[in-house]
Every structure is written in structure tokens, then in C-alpha cells.
Design a protein around this ligand. Sequence first.
Ligand SMILES: Cc1cc2nc3c(=O)[nH]c(=O)nc-3n(C[C@H](O)[C@H](O)[C@H](O)COP(=O)(O)OP(=O)(O)OC[C@H]3O[C@@H](n4cnc5c(N)ncnc54)[C@H](O)[C@@H]3O)c2cc1C
Length: 378
Amino acid sequence: MKVAVIGMGGVGAAAAWHLARAGHQVECIEQFELDHELGGSYGGSRIYRHVYPDGLYTRLMEAAWPMWLELEKVSGRDLMLRCGGIFFGPGDHPDMATAAAALRDSGVPFETLGRDEAARRVPALRLHPEEIAIHQRDAGLLRASACVVAMAGLARAAGARLRERTRLLEIEARPTGVRLHLDPGGSLDLDAAVLAPGPWARGFLPSAAAGAIQVTRQRYHHFLPAPGREGEFGTDQLPVWIDMDSWFYGFPVHDEVPGAKVAEHLGGIPVDPDHVDRGPDEGLRERARAYATGRFPGLTGEVSYEKTCLYEKTPDEDFILDLLPGLPGVSVVAGTSGHGFKFVPLLGALAARLALGEDPKADLRRFRLGRFKSKLSS
Ligand SMILES: Cc1cc2nc3c(=O)[nH]c(=O)nc-3n(C[C@H](O)[C@H](O)[C@H](O)COP(=O)(O)OP(=O)(O)OC[C@H]3O[C@@H](n4cnc5c(N)ncnc54)[C@H](O)[C@@H]3O)c2cc1C
């Protein structure tokens, strides 16, 4: 079949790889360039973890994990850093109990640590007296940009064609298949299409879903360790971490960007993805600094790197993965809500199967477009 993939972030690159190696004729459409800085998938680090306060995602990670291993093997690239993960919060926090139960149910090995044991294992981290931690060895970071480039490279090696600086304007249903209207490039007729437009998805979604998604500007900062304490922040001593109460999260010092990355999952500022102020924000920087130096006394508070990127959030933070109504053979992935990267090989493959009319062999009920109700009808 002739299939288009629109959007070459993590999801689109994965869908293109899946389709091309299955022998389909694949056209990849990207409005900017491969590995551009403006969407959701750019950069050197995304956490992968099985620890989730929702068992659905623990199970999805079980399905995505072998795909990452395969990608690393066939691409021959070093895409992951297996530094483990530590996830902490108050001992009576409901998310800590739910996350532990989900790990148990899925048979994922983990340990629960008290404050003293956590300090012994992760010297950089200070837990409060009422806090405990879940330590999971099978967690770490994905080198996001390298993963996207690797999947797109494998898709192209299997015959996919990539059109960069080409924007999808509109999708038209045809008696068989669909017609894409592109700028530049005119129109393109296809049997099926996978839409993976990330923060730009709203223009292609039914109005109730488009109205429910919020695109937010997220800023993250890297802080330098104090002289003599650099070792505490290396990949052999500091795992990836998440504060399950405040939803600050971060990474050890790794690869070429100096300092330890600290980011905040909550608190994004709503934006139009085509008009984003990507400059520094003194208020957010101060908030991150206060958290980082309080939680990690070995950090200086000196910012060595900072960046803006975009989330596109659904109200329930569940993804969208469905067929688009009125457009036979067009599937869409959107609303990955700031936690989708660890699942992109799986999301791309599932979206490809939906577009081809195949059984996705997965329970996608929580990801349906039909869960969004228009304000007028409610
Ligand atoms: C700062 C930050 C930290 C994150 N941390 C984590 C983490 O630790 N762990 C984790 O699992 N996830 C994390 N995420 C989330 C994860 O990165 C995203 O869920 C994922 O990268 C989204 O991928 P995507 O392919 O859906 O979107 P994108 O990567 O944004 O790709 C969409 C692509 O579509 C293109 N496009 C859009 N519209 C059109 C059009 N009309 N025509 C042609 N092309 C178009 C865009 O240019 C873009 O390249 C984080 C996200 C951010 C921003």
C-alpha cells in the first residue's frame, strides 16, 4: 500500500520504520527538518520507566521495551543509558502505593527504600523524613534525538521517502483512500495515512478533542554540581528521578551538555505552537533552582544550559490513538502529554496497524477520540 506519515517526531519516525520494513511504499512529510528543535522529541534525554501511578502505562512499557532493544540492535547505535530510576514521595502518597501495585502486578522487579537506604544508594538526593522511594534498575534515559534519527534512517533504508519543509494543509477523503494537500508539493493520493503532528495536532482533530488539548511551553534547566561533588551526579551514582508529589524530575550529568537536568512536568504555560517565546523565564528558572538546590545540596544553582520545549496535554493525560472520523484509513496519535517518548515505537506501530485496517492487538479504549465531548453537547 501507499501510506503517508505526517510528522517526523518520535511517533512518526516509528510509524515510518514499521511501515517501510513491512514493504509499504511510505511518504514521510515533515514541516521542518528531521530532528528540529521546535516539537516534542528533540534533545538528549527522556526518562523511560515502568514506574507509573497507573497500571495501563506500566503494561504499555512492557510492550514498548522489546521494541527499544530491537531498535538499538538493528541501528547499531547507543540509544539508551541504563542508569536506573528512583521515584520518591510521601510514604502515604496514593501514587506511591498505586505505582508499587502496578509493578507487582506486571512482575517488574523493584525495591522500596526508606530515607536512610535511599541516601546510601543515591548520595546526591535528600528525602524528607516522611518520604520513601521506589528504586527500579530497569529505568534510565533515552537519547531522544538519536532515537528519532535512527528510526527515520531505518525507514529510509527500507525505501521510505522523506519530504522535509513540507506542510500538510488538509486531508480529503477520496472514493478509495485519501488525498493530502501539501505546501509545497500540491496534492498526493494515498491508500492510508498516519498523522503524528504532536503539538500541531489540533487543526486535524474533531472539535471536541481539539478543544480539550492544551499546548504548553515547558522550560528545563541544567545545574552545575559544586566543585568536588561532581561524582554524586554521574550516571553511576545518580539514576533518573521523579518526585511523585511535585512532579519535578531529572537526570544525572551525561553526554555533552554540562550539569544535571531538572525539569517540571506540571506548570506549563499555554501557547500557540507557531508563536512561542522560547527565551529564558526568570520566574521558572528561580523555581527550578529552589527545588534543585533544596533536593540536591550538591548542586550550585548555577544554570549551565536551559531550553524550551512543547507538551500537548489532554485533560486526563491519556494519549489519543484512533482513526479519524470521516477519513477512512487515517489514524492519529496526539496528546502524548509530556510522557509519550518511552512509548513511541509502540505508538507508531499501533497507529500504522490502525491505518492499514489491521487488528492492533491492543486495548486502545482509553485512547479513543470519542472520550472528548463537545462543550455544547455536555
Ligand atoms: C521537555 C520535555 C520533556 C519530556 N520528557 C519526557 C520523558 O522524560 N519521558 C517521556 O516518555 N516523554 C517525555 N516527553 C514527552 C515526549 O517527548 C513526547 O510525548 C514525544 O516526543 C511526542 O512525539 P510526537 O512524535 O508525538 O511529537 P513531535 O516530536 O512534536 O513530532 C511532531 C512532528 O510533526 C510535525 N508536524 C506537525 N504538523 C505538521 C504538518 N501539518 N505537516 C507536516 N509536519 C507536521 C512537527 O514539525 C513535528 O516534527 C517530554 C517532552 C518534552 C517537551
